[in-house]
Design a protein around this ligand. Sequence first.
Ligand SMILES: Cc1cc2nc3c(=O)[nH]c(=O)nc-3n(C[C@H](O)[C@H](O)[C@H](O)COP(=O)(O)OP(=O)(O)OC[C@H]3O[C@@H](n4cnc5c(N)ncnc54)[C@H](O)[C@@H]3O)c2cc1C
Length: 187
Amino acid sequence: MSAKPRIAVVGAGLGGVTAAILLQQAGHDVVIYEQAPRLARIGAGIGLGPNVGRVMKHIGVFDRMFDIGIVIETSYSRVWDTGEILLNRAEYDLASRFGLPALRMHRGDMLSVLASRLQPGTIVFNKQLIDIGHRLGGTQLLFADQHEVEADIVIGADGVNSKVREILLGVEPPIYTGFVAFRSIYP
Ligand SMILES: Cc1cc2nc3c(=O)[nH]c(=O)nc-3n(C[C@H](O)[C@H](O)[C@H](O)COP(=O)(O)OP(=O)(O)OC[C@H]3O[C@@H](n4cnc5c(N)ncnc54)[C@H](O)[C@@H]3O)c2cc1C
């Protein structure tokens, strides 16, 4: 390992970008490899509980997220055809209990606020990880474009279909929990 470990994060989603910011704030060298060509405003609403809010405060982006997000007071889950309320979750007292409110915002906006805290050039786009190898002196990451890079530490933040996890642990079929969630989006 070189004097300062070279840290490679695979995936520039919310997890990978947050991990990279925290590592950079601690003085580490980090590169994120992301398969997409750019960060796009994909997705819809995403929630931040007070626990995540604390991490965002530490990073220095909570105030910006507070500005662009909305504070939720109550959320309902209803049966799709009758409207019957299955769950009525009061969230208005979260701020008094935990010191920060629960926020909702567009996932793409949350990601771009986070990405603005990365050192310039941290994310390398169009890098789809296909394999990880080990040779003396480090770990090699191989990408679909046949480009290879070496790192001392690899962080798999490549989401629910993680290639890093598959390489380390083999193929793990998803386990159905019995829960299904879907949503409607209104302008
Ligand atoms: C496009 C998208 C939209 C979403 N929209 C919502 C939403 O609207 N509301 C909500 O509540 N949740 C949404 N989610 C889910 C939520 O963002 C995630 O559950 C949560 O952020 C988990 O974060 P993560 O960083 O672990 O993984 P993710 O956010 O899934 O990010 C993983 C990243 O890794 C990249 N990646 C995957 N495989 C490779 C590979 N082999 N090589 C390189 N890069 C790779 C992906 O392109 C992605 O950018 C969305 C996720 C995605 C990917």
